[in-house]
Design a protein around this ligand. Structure first.
Ligand code: CP3
Length: 348
């Protein structure tokens, strides 16, 4: 019984992701483990840094469970990062204070292929799989465990720019100016991302989420080619191995990508950014919608937080499956008590 998932009926979030409306709405928050929690800041200081937490399965497990203990969310997301894939493919990665991620130069394709085929990539990602097993064993049975990865487009932007960027000049120069080279990189990332998600499911994840955080930087045609296309390809590869596992896709601020993905695969939930209209997203043919409270609303007083939460709930009819979440990650400035105000409204 240890590694098998509970029946969906026992896990409200999993049932919602399968398209069965639940009441109260299941809830979890993007970046629910992290710097807004004092217990996280303490453990990070003790362990050295963010990547040290990701690389230590016991520490990653502890951080993953912190928000579950505090709030009893319906979903628990593995504590890790999307940039562990580029690192596993041989690209240097570090986080510098205040600057965000800094990546070394992009390895050539042959070298990345060696990392993938030689098993080095799997070995470097093993702490995530080990953590999932530990989390699975420690979670309440009704809590859904979510694995995740970055989408090929978003990973490509970090790998090619070497870090965060405002306009992605080098990535776009390659995508539009050297399409053969870019297509090869994307094909390779589709495989790496799908392999990582399939391994997370084998390690205990009930569902997986793919973050295309920078899909909104693309024009309409490229949203279809470089966000929706790779997201659908990743989903298809997962489905060959795990036909029943729900997939949550987040083509962030990319309505043309969402439109292109609608109805393509069963058991797909659309995560909606706070800048997009949740009611319209709920009308698209996905199993469920997830979102979309502006995390900035949590910086207001209790009354405003509860009003804004209610508005999100009201946007989706009871007949449609809705997973409550933020529209993007919780801000580090958030008062941990603000989350209780949100949950009080959701749980009635
Ligand atoms: O949601 C969760 O609780 C799970 C953990 C998680 C993290 N990153 C932990 C993290 C998840 C799902 C991610 C995804 C991620 N990482 C994305 C996609 C989601 C999004 O926000 O759009 C992206 C773009 C990244 C890349 C990344 N990681 C950046 C740009 C940064 C630095 C920015 C920042 O907030 O400092 C990170 C670091 C990071 N990843 C932190 C956490 C908790 C902060 C590390 C710390 O200072 O302790």
């Amino acid at each position: 019984m240890a590694m098998t998932s509970q029946a969906p009926a026992d896990k409200p979030l999993l049932a919602a992701l399968r398209g069965e409306p639940q009441w109260p709405r299941p809830a979890w928050l993007m970046r629910q483990a992290g710097r807004y929690l004092p217990e996280y800041r303490q453990l990070r200081a003790d362990k050295g840094g963010f990547l040290d937490l990701c690389d230590d399965p016991a520490a990653a497990t502890e951080v993953t469970l912190q928000p579950i203990r505090r709030y009893g969310f319906d979903g628990s997301i593995l504590f890790s990062d999307i940039l562990t894939i580029p690192r596993a493919l041989g690209q240097d990665l570090h986080f510098s204070a205040g600057e965000g991620p800094v990546l070394g130069r992009l390895p050539d394709q042959a070298s990345m292929m060696d990392h993938l085929d030689g098993g080095e990539a799997t070995a470097r990602l093993a702490p995530a799989y080990d953590a999932l097993g530990l989390i699975r064993a420690a979670l309440p049975t009704q809590t859904t465990l979510i694995g995740f990865a970055g989408a090929p487009w978003t990973l490509a932007t970090y790998m090619i720019e070497g870090g965060a960027s405002k306009s992605y000049p080098q990535t776009k120069a390659m995508a539009y100016g050297a399409p053969e080279q870019f297509r090869a990189l994307m094909a390779f990332l589709i495989r790496s991302v799908a392999d990582h998600l399939i391994a997370q499911i084998a390690a205990g994840a009930d569902a997986v989420m793919v973050f295309d955080s920078w899909a909104g930087s693309l024009d309409a045609r490229a949203q279809v080619d470089w966000s929706a296309g790779p997201l659908a390809a990743v989903t298809a590869r997962i489905r060959q191995v795990h036909p029943d596992v729900p997939v949550i896709l987040f083509p962030r601020r990319a309505p043309h990508a969402a439109q292109a993905l609608a109805g393509q695969h069963p058991l797909v939930t659309l995560q909606v950014d706070f800048a997009d209209d949740l009611a319209s997203a709920a009308a698209l043919p996905f199993s469920a919608v997830q979102g979309n409270l502006d995390p900035g609303r949590l910086l207001a007083g209790r009354g405003e937080i509860q009003h804004a939460t209610q508005a999100v709930l009201n946007a989706v009819p009871r007949t449609r499956s809705h997973v409550f979440n933020l529209g993007h990650g919780i801000l580090k400035e958030t008062d941990p008590d603000a989350v209780h105000a949100v949950l009080e409204i959701i749980r009635g």
